[in-house]
Design a protein around this ligand. Sequence first.
Ligand code: NDP
Length: 330
Amino acid sequence: NKTISLKERPSGKPTLNNFEISEEEVPKPKDGELLLQAKYVSVDPYLRGRMRDQKSYIPPFELGKPLESGIIAEVLESNNKNFTKGEFVNGMLQWKKFQTSNGNGLNKVDRKHAPLKTYLGVLGLTGLTAYLGLEKIGKLQKGETLLVSGAAGAVGSVVGQIGKIKGCRVVGIAGSEEKIDRIQEKFGFDAAINYKTTTNINKAVAAACPNGVDVYFDNVGGEILDAALVNMNRYGRVINCGAISLYNKTETPTGPRVEPLLIKNSILMQGFIVRDFVKDFGPAQKQLAKWMEEDKLTYLETVVEGFENIPQAFIDLFDGKNKGKMIVVV
Ligand code: NDP
């Protein structure tokens, strides 16, 4: 049985040396427990935050202990009356090929409704983040302009598509020509900006959003957020969902002072953590699934093969190697 632990805390961008793969016995499930085999592992930018020794909304990973993330696993044995051998479950599980669980926090997933992997992406936390961030903070109205960064990623690609479903002008920001073509062709974005080749991102946003920006869904923070803020309309809403451009910084960079802008335009800027809205997950997932059935919502996945490649897949998120949800198939 293989396990991946945090060997040392990364400084700057994570490297493979920060992780350790070790072997252990396959555990035996006790009374009330299940034996699970990992099938699909989600790697996510927020895990970088848990690798720092700092207080946050979720405790940091401990050195020498297995890492964990959202995992779809198969029940191989069950001594728990709520689960049956052969079922699939989704939950926050350890980076181990085999592990036991008492079943707490696990949700059953049914591959008859949708491919199992989608419960880590469009029907899982990243889809829910897109939906609930827009719903709870964005309060998007028909005819408005929605700007989204990280637009070709797991969250961003769903945000943009929901914007189109709601009848908005949708503009995406992403880091390659292939990605900006893809989000327009596959997801129906009205315009897209390559932040890596654009020399003046403020002007590029202004040009792509001739009526200004009503809602900005921020997945990246930093200079792209600064550019979005100067283009916001009165009563604009900014959803601070992620700040991946800052996650590997050893010192937090400072930016322009934004308070005059926020005041002048009565802008709402609010941090968002999807796990604060667990009670809304059921209806939100139902809506996402319905849009998929109606062919209004689609998705991309980058699927990496092999349990040992989980750390590399995670590192690759910071180089933009994924299109859509990054998933490791074990
Ligand atoms: P993505 O699928 O979007 O993958 C990460 C992407 O970020 C990469 O593909 C890359 O795309 C982009 N990126 C990497 N480095 C930078 C950089 N320096 N500047 C700009 N873009 C960069 O990941 P997710 O969809 O899972 O997550 C998106 C964001 O949402 C993250 O910030 C994450 O932390 C956050 N999040 C927040 C949640 C919450 O509850 N608040 C829940 C889930 C996610 P490119 O090629 O375009 O650069």
